[in-house]
Design a protein. Structure first.
Length: 499
């Protein structure tokens, strides 16, 4: 059986704790790999390696850093199929979706390649008599990233390329459910010329996470995951004096007004709700239909959802793959099983779905729930699976109030032909990312990603300018130099003496 070990100091390091976790092929249900689970001592060794590497990397020139990043970008591009295959094998998403994940991660590497302009400081001259004030940004030291299973390549690339471009060294703790992509990213970075110890990968469970949160040499922690864990990460790491950005869960809404193009809205709802099997924090999981369009919209969504082909991720005809684990599949199914008793109308029930020849895979079909009450479990919880809830509202104002009442505020969207309504929506809605006739408003790399309310803990969003500010700290320098003419007697610099 294949074993995924740690990557520390530019090389593979075998796990020493004796603890291993299973990695499953979601399409077959078979355990194909074991991953080493780090002890606190192994985490300490990785942090120590990063600390030593920071002594030189933190003082390296921007030219040296970006040279490595440009080479890294080229290697990632050349190996994108290989990375996507690892994602499909361990996460289950279809190959085209996995390729899209790598492409979105590459955007942040490209941002890091051009980081020189974002790290420029400021200068004010002559704020007083021969007094100048400058502002500069400097790296933090050793920083850590804790990333989720749903994007095992993209989310790490949202973090470490910017962190190391800013002069930090990095310790990555990826999900133990699909660990191989993280090691591949680190190996390619080493091949690109990244010095040993600048990027390290330690695998593990809660013991490894807690060791990072408590370690005195870790200056900052980035996290993406569920809201309860994000809150825990933020509370614990902050209590240990660390800078924290912790992105939590979501319940993303799509408001559909009566004037919307319903075919476009239905297409968007299906792709945004069921893409990547719904296992993404930017999935549209709740559609709010305003006025009389609800019945027509639900029927259009149903027609499209029934045509989605579900199968193994490495089958080029598959449009949706399995869920990551059997336990997660069963949890997602429980929301559909209990929906009718809580007042929902079950339009499509995808539970019990199997794929011929892959009966032991973690399969579930697409589910569509209509007229969903706001107090039902299917609406209140982040399901993280292919279940779409449709709610009804009589007016625009009622729809906005419903969305704003949610404790989550990650992303939202409106579908309308009315520019005035769209403008009101983007100003009135309480969410960090807004789409107008765009179902998944994930910002491009040079804008920052992050939500509001229970979807974000900490002051900084991830990547973009916020990411660069998170991985650096500001310093203001005030200087005053005497005029050369005031040089003490006996030193001649060639300037006339002041009288």
């Amino acid at each position: 059986m294949k074993t995924v070990n740690h990557w520390i100091g530019g090389k593979t390091v075998e796990g020493a704790s004796g603890n291993y976790g299973p990695v499953t092929d979601p399409a077959t249900g078979a355990v194909t790999t074991q991953v080493a689970l780090a002890s606190a001592e192994e985490v300490d060794a990785a942090v120590g390696t990063a600390r030593e590497a920071y002594r030189s990397w933190g003082q390296s020139s921007l030219a040296a850093r970006t040279k490595v990043l440009f080479a890294y970008r080229a290697l990632l591009d050349a190996n994108r199929d290989a990375i996507a295959e690892l994602i499909t094998a361990e996460h289950g998403k279809v190959h085209s979706d996995a390729l899209g994940e790598v492409a979105r991660g590459l955007e942040i590497v490209e941002l890091a390649c051009g980081i020189t302009t974002q790290l420029k400081g400021e200068l004010s001259t002559s704020v007083s008599n021969r007094v100048d004030v400058s502002a500069i940004r400097q790296p933090l030291g050793v920083v850590a990233g804790i990333t989720p299973f749903n994007f095992p390549a993209m989310v790490p690339m949202w973090m470490f390329p910017l962190a190391i471009a800013c002069g930090n060294t990095f310790v990555l703790k990826p999900s133990e459910k699909d660990p191989s992509a993280a090691n591949k990213l680190a190996e390619l970075a080493s091949e690109a010329g990244l010095p040993d110890g600048v990027l390290n990968v330690v695998h593990g469970d809660k013991a490894a996470v807690d060791a990072l949160l408590a370690h005195p040499d870790v200056a900052a922690v980035s996290f993406v995951g569920s809201t309860p864990i994000a809150r825990y990460i933020h509370t614990t790491a902050s209590a240990n004096g660390k800078r924290v950005q912790a992105l939590g869960g979501a319940k993303n809404h799509m408001l559909v007004l009566p004037d919307a193009d319903l075919d476009a809205a239905a297409d968007a709802a299906v792709s945004a709700a069921y893409g990547s099997a719904g296992e993404r924090c930017m999935a549209i999981s709740a559609v709010v239909a305003v006025g009389a369009v609800g019945d027509t919209l639900v029927e259009k969504i149903r027609e499209r959802a029934e045509k989605i082909k579900i199968g193994p991720g490495n089958d080029p005809t598959s449009e949706m793959g399995p869920l990551i684990t059997a336990a997660h599949r069963d949890k997602v199914a429980s929301y559909v099983h209990g929906a009718a008793a809580q007042g929902c109308e079950v339009v499509l029930d995808g539970t019990g779905y199997t794929v011929d020849g892959f009966e032991d895979g973690h399969w579930i079909g697409l589910s569509l729930l209509d007229k969903v009450p706001t107090d039902s479990d299917a609406y209140r919880d982040e399901i993280f699976g292919p279940v779409l809830c449709v709610l009804r509202a009589e007016t625009y104002e009622e729809g906005v109030a419903l969305i704003n009442a949610s404790p989550f505020g990650n992303g939202t969207a409106i579908f309308t032909r009315d520019g005035g309504a769209a403008r009101r929506f983007q100003l009135e809605i309480e969410a960090g990312m807004v789409g107008v006739n765009v179902p998944i408003p994930v910002p491009v790399g040079y804008h920052s990603f992050g939500g509001w309310k229970d979807s974000l803990f900490g002051d900084h969003h991830i990547y973009g300018n916020d990411g660069i500010h998170f991985y650096t700290r500001g310093k203001v320098v005030t200087t005053r130099w005497p005029d050369p003419s005031e040089t003490p007697t006996g030193v001649d610099l060639g300037f006339p003496t002041s009288r």
